[in-house]
Each structure stands twice: as C-alpha cells, then as structure tokens.
Design a protein around this ligand. Structure first.
Ligand SMILES: *Cc1c(COP(=O)(O)O)cnc(C)c1O
Length: 425
C-alpha cells in the first residue's frame, strides 16, 4: 500500500527501493535517537510538573502584560529544563539573531570585547557585532570583537585562545552548530572542555552558547556544562513546531535580566511584555520538542545515508555522531541545488506548488535559496532546505516535524534531481 502511495506521489520504484535499503541500515541509530528523545521528554515533563503547570496559565494578557503568570511559568519551565537560574522566553524576541543580540547588547558595555574562540560566527551576527559595518552595531557603541580560528583539523586552538583573552574580554560567544560553515558541529562535551579551559584563564568572563539547532539532540545542554547563557530560536528545536514565533535566553539570573532590560527597558525588564495569546502554543511546543527533534534528527541521518550512498559529500557522514539537526550536502553544481530545493518544496504541506528561487536576503553575502513549505514562516524545525548560491554549492537541510514527512521530502529531492538534471541512479 505504501508503494502505491509513493507511486501516486511521483516517486519511481528505483528511488523507493533505494530508500528502503538505506533505511534498513539505520535501525540501531534510530533507536539511539529514540532513547535521547525519551530522556528529554521526561526532562520537559518533569519541569512542567515541578512548576505546577495548570490550565489557568493558558490565559492571555494584553497591554503592559503585568502579572502574566503563564509567561512567568513558561520562563520557569525553560529555566528548569536548561538547569539555569532564569530564562527569558518571549514572542517579542523576533528570531534567534534577536535573542543573541539581546544577550550581547544587554551584557556588554563600551570598552568591552567579545571573543569568539571557535571561528567565524553566524552570518547575521557579522552585522550585529559590526564586523561588516552596519547601523546600530555593537561596534558603534564601542564594543570590539576578537576571533580565534579553529585549527586545520577543526579542533580548538587553545594556545591562541589563551593569548586572545585580555582585560577587556567580557563575553565569550561559542556557536555550537556549524551554521553555513563546513566545520563540524561541536558536541556539548567539546563545549564543556572549552568552557573549563576558559574558566582557568578568566573565571568571571560571561560564556554564552548560541544553541540554535542543538536543543534536545543530546542528553545534556551546554548550560549543564557551565555555560552562563544559552540562546536560541523558538521556530527551531524548542518551539516543537507549534510556537508561532519567539526566542529564548536561559542562564544566570543577572545576565538574563540584563538581556531583558534591553528587550523592554532599563528598570522594566521581565516585568512587562504581554504574552498576547502565545503561551499555550509555546508550552505545548516545548512539550512536543523532544520527539519533534528526534524526527528531524532521523530525517537528517536518512538524508546523509542516502546521498552518501549516491557518492555525494555529506557533512556529517552517516556514521558520525550528531550534535544538531543540520545536514549539509555538497551538491557540486547550482542546478543540483535548485533541483534539491524544488523537491523539498514539492513535498511540503503548505505552498507545495511553488518553486523556490534564490534571492538577496539581508544579512547574507550571496543569494540564498530557501525551500520551506511551513505552517510557520521561516520555521526551520519544519522540513526545510537552504543554500547560499556559491561554491561548493552546499545545501543545508534541516527539520521534519514527523519522520515520515522528512523521509518523503528527501525522496522527493532525489526524484527531482533525477527528473531535472542529468543525474542518474
Ligand atoms: C538560525 C541560527 C541563528 C539565528 O538565526 P535566525 O534566523 O535569526 O533565527 C543563529 N545561529 C545559528 C547557528 C543558527 O543556526
């Protein structure tokens, strides 16, 4: 019956056969992913029970949003999940970049320096910091930036880091996921080693981890290993596909409050900010997040195994351990990127009939193509693919609210590649 269904959805027998053979070999890995989801599900459930989540928290506030018990409870639950003193979880945080900007600008003052000890930061932060001159950047407020690149084997340059930490180093920003880079994503154990090393050199520096795409992929989070702040987007992992918008910052109370004074106003901080009807979805999304992340994780692994078998360079490789939900596939040519993304788009529940086109997105240095037929605009915990149109024509693929959908999307990408380019099975 499934094969008849696949046939009617335009997949050839060859593609379906290949998918079956690839999937068979992933059983053991899939069960490991399910174990992590089980653990994280209990972690989230426990936090909700401990914070006595109740139906009365799903009410709404408007205006100033004083005494919003739903919002405050959501923040307590996040703090409990990440084992931190406090959290700021708001629909007024418009994206991951905004959350990171708040954490930086709230905690840095003129004369302070940010250090990235592990290479270049995410594209949109180049403007935020002012590495590319941008109006309103931290640079305009007298905050400087230093960077230590990874060594050739992608390990940390501990010596270089030691040399770069100085009197002005106030905040160290560690990006867990590779973003649009070709380095591997760091495990939380690697991040732990880095944090412990940094503490030996300067114990009171603020250590922030950009946790985007990393949440619930491992048993632990960077905050379990000494990060002062973890930051991410609610239209990625922790929103579970249901949060309509938003971002979070979890960590030491003082640093979270400093970020809140930027989000709202000095003196007001976390006290204000109407939840405006978003609490219920954010809460339920967090509850679903561990299994949704597992679906995305499995989809990424399936994609890696399939394209690897066809001879494409994939990062990470199918045998490697995974620490985020991103899969990069080196498509070798622009036409292949376009076909891949078209296939993903055609598998979507929303806007399946449109063809994605590259465009000049603000904050990125090359045209970017994005395939996303999502219930929530730009949501990348939903099945989505994006690629900057520049060599080596790498497509970054992520998401999948359910594994059957993710798997179908990957099969469609391959079918489209076969149909629209000279690639053959
Ligand atoms: C997605 C992402 C961000 C923030 O991106 P937004 O599109 O602003 O939410 C930051 N860092 C990394 C590593 C990311 O993957």
């Amino acid at each position: 019956m499934i094969n008849t269904m696949y046939d009617s959805l335009g997949l050839s027998k060859k593609v379906v056969q290949l998918a079956i053979s690839v999937e068979l070999k992933l059983k053991e890995r899939f069960s490991q992913i399910d174990k992590i989801a089980e653990y994280n599900q209990l972690k989230v459930l426990n936090a909700m029970q401990k914070c006595r989540l109740s139906d009365t928290h799903f009410t709404n506030t408007t205006g100033y949003g004083y005494d919003d018990i739903g919002r405050d409870t959501l923040e307590d639950i996040y703090a409990s999940v990440f084992h931190t003193e406090a959290a700021l979880v708001r629909s007024q945080i418009v994206s991951g970049t905004h959350a990171l900007t708040l954490a930086l600008s709230g905690n840095l003052r003129p004369g302070d320096e940010i250090l990235s000890p592990a290479g270049k930061l995410y594209d949109t932060l180049q403007g935020v910091i002012g590495i590319t001159p941008t109006k309103g950047s931290l640079f305009e407020f007298g905050i400087t930036y230093a960077q230590v690149d990874l060594l050739e084997d992608f390990s940390f340059d501990f010596e270089g880091i030691k040399k770069s930490i100085n009197k002005r180093t106030k905040l160290i920003s560690i990006q867990k996921s590779k973003g649009y880079d070709l380095r591997p994503t760091f495990s939380n154990i690697q991040i732990k080693e880095l944090i412990e090393y940094i503490r030996l050199i300067k114990s009171n520096v603020i250590i922030m981890v950009d946790n985007c795409y990393g949440e619930f992929v491992e048993y632990m989070e960077p905050s379990d290993y000494g990060a002062d702040l973890v930051v991410g987007s609610l239209i990625k992992n922790p929103g579970g596909g249901l949060a309509p918008t938003g971002g979070y910052i979890a960590g030491k109370e003082e640093y979270v409050n400093n970020a809140a004074y930027r989000l709202t106003a000095p003196g007001l901080g976390k006290e204000v900010g109407a939840s405006n009807g978003t609490t219920h979805a954010m809460m339920q999304g967090l509850f679903l997040a561990p299994t949704v992340v597992a679906s995305a994780h499995k989809t990424a692994l399936f994609a890696a195994a399939l394209y690897e078998k066809l001879g494409f360079n994939v990062i990470p490789k199918s045998q490697e351990k995974r620490f985020d939900i991103i899969q990069a596939i080196d498509m070798r040519a622009k036409v292949n990127v376009l076909a891949f993304c078209k296939g993903i788009q055609s598998a979507a529940p929303v806007d399946s009939y449109v063809t994605p086109e590259p465009w000049n997105m603000p904050g990125y240095d090359a045209p970017v193509i994005m395939a996303a037929g999502a219930f929530i605009q730009g949501s990348s915990i939903e099945l989505s693919a994006d690629a900057p149109i520049k060599p080596p024509y790498t497509v970054y693929f992520q998401g999948g609210l359910t594994y059957p959908h993710g798997k179908f999307g990957i099969m469609k990408s391959l079918q489209t590649l076969i149909n629209e380019t000279d690639f053959e099975l």
